[in-house]
Design a binder for this molecule. Structure first.
Ligand code: NAD
Length: 308
C-alpha cells in the first residue's frame, strides 16, 4: 500500500516509521526544510524506547505525484487546509484519508477535498516528540479509535485497520468515535491552554481548588455544546477521565506549553476551546470560560509576536 504521511512532525514520524517497518511503502510529506534535509542526509533517527535510524522518503507536499492508497493527516490543526490544498494531486477516487489531529471540526475542512465515504475520523493516545530536525522521540504504547465518516465506507476501511494493526498501532474500529474525539478535546481543553497560560506542569495546575473549578467549568461547556450537537457525552465520566489523565501526566508540560511558551509557535486553540466557543455561539449556548481562554492564548501569541 502506498501511504503518505501529510505532516511529518513528531506524530507523523512515529506513524510513518511504524508503517514502513511493517513493510508498507511510506512517503513523508512536510514543509520544514531543516527536517527534510536532516532525514534526507542522515535518515530518520529514533530515540526513546528502541533507538534506531532508518532511511525514509521525504519531500514537500507539492512534490508528491503518485496517487495515494492511504493518507494520514498529521499537521497541526491550523496547517490542515494548506496541506489538503497542496496534496490534491495525489488524492484519487479510492484514496482513504485518516485524520487523527487533536481538536474539533476538522471533518468540515477535509470533506471539501475528500469524498465522505473515504474519510476516516479518529483519535489516538499514542504520543511522540521531536528532539530536533530528523530526530523523533518515541516512548510508550498507545491505541487508535477510528470510524468511517460515512457508513458506506465502513467495509472498505477494514483493510486500513488491518494495515495499521500489522504495524502495531492498535486500531479499534469504533461504531461511534465522536464521544472519544470530544473526550480527548476535553483533556486538551482543560490542560493545554491553562498550563500554557499559567506556565506550569499539569500537576501544578491541577493542585489547587481554583484550578479545579476552572477545569469543571470548561468540561461543562464542552459537554453542553457537544450534547446540543448530538454527541453522546457523560459529564461526570469525563470529569473522572480528565482527573485520571492529570494524575498520570502530572510531571509533564502539555504540548501547547511546549509550542507556545518553549518554542514560540502558534497554538491549536481555535480548534479546541475556540471551536467550542464558536459552536456555542451558533447554538445560543454561553461558553465564557472557553471564550476567555481562547482570547488569552491569542493575546499571548500576540505578545510573543507569533500571531497569524
Ligand atoms: P508537530 O509540531 O511535531 O508537527 C506538526 C508540523 O509542524 C509538521 O509539519 C512539523 O514538521 C512542523 N514542525 C514541528 N516543529 C517545527 C519547527 N521547530 N519548525 C518548523 N516546523 C515545525 O506536531 P505533532 O505533535 O506531530 O502533532 C500533530 C497533530 O497530532 C496535532 O493535531 C496534535 O495535537 C496531534 N497529537 C499529537 C500528539 C503528540 O504526542 N505529539 C498526540 C496526539 C495527537
Amino acid at each position: 500500500m502506498r501511504i503518505y504521511i501529510a505532516g511529518s512532525g513528531a506524530m507523523g514520524c512515529r506513524f510513518g516509521y511504524q508503517l514502513q517497518q511493517s513493510g508498507q511503502e511510506v512517503i513523508l510529506l512536510d514543509n520544514w526544510q531543516d527536517h527534510i534535509d536532516a532525514i534526507k542526509q542522515n535518515g530518520l533517527k529514533i530515540v526513546g524506547d528502541k533507538p534506531d535510524c532508518v532511511k525514509m522518503t521525504i519531500m514537500h507536499p507539492t512534490e508528491a505525484h503518485e496517487t495515494a492508497d492511504f493518507i494520514i493527516l498529521f499537521t497541526k490543526a491550523m496547517q490542515l487546509p494548506q496541506m489538503l490544498e497542496d496534496i490534491k494531486q495525489i488524492i484519487g477516487e479510492h484514496t482513504k484519508v485518516l485524520c487523527l489531529l487533536n481538536g474539533l471540526g476538522h471533518e468540515d475542512t477535509i470533506r471539501k477535498y475528500i469524498k465522505e465515504e473515504n474519510i476516516l475520523m479518529g483519535v489516538t493516545v499514542w504520543t511522540a516528540g521531536l528532539k530536533g530536525p530528523g530526530v523523533a522521540i518515541l516512548q510508550g504504547k498507545g491505541s487508535i479509535n477510528l470510524q468511517s465518516f460515512d457508513t458506506c465506507g465502513k467495509e472498505s476501511s477494514a483493510q486500513i485497520v488491518d494495515v495499521m494493526n500489522q504495524a502495531g498501532l492498535n486500531v479499534i474500529y469504533d461504531e461511534d468515535v465522536l464521544p472519544s474525539i470530544w473526550r480527548k478535546a476535553c483533556v486538551n481543553g482543560t490542560m493545554n491552554s491553562t498550563c500554557a497560560l499559567c506556565d506550569c506542569t499539569i500537576g501544578e495546575f491541577f493542585a489547587t481548588e481554583d484550578a479545579l473549578h476552572t477545569v469543571r467549568a470548561i468540561i461543562h461547556e464542552f459537554c453542553e455544546v457537544g450534547i446540543a450537537s448530538g454527541v453522546k457525552l457523560n459529564e461526570s465520566e469525563i470529569v473522572d477521565y480528565v482527573m485520571h489523565v492529570s494524575e498520570i501526566a502530572a510531571p509533564h508540560y502539555p504540548s501547547m506549553h511546549q509550542d507556545l511558551v518553549q518554542n514560540h509557535r502558534l497554538t491549536e486553540i481555535d480548534f479546541i476551546n475556540g471551536a467550542v466557543a464558536r459552536r456555542g455561539r451558533k447554538l445560543g449556548i454561553q461558553t465564557p470560560y472557553c471564550q476567555m481562554i481562547t482570547d488569552l492564548i491569542h493575546a499571548k501569541e500576540h505578545i510573543l509576536g507569533i500571531s497569524k
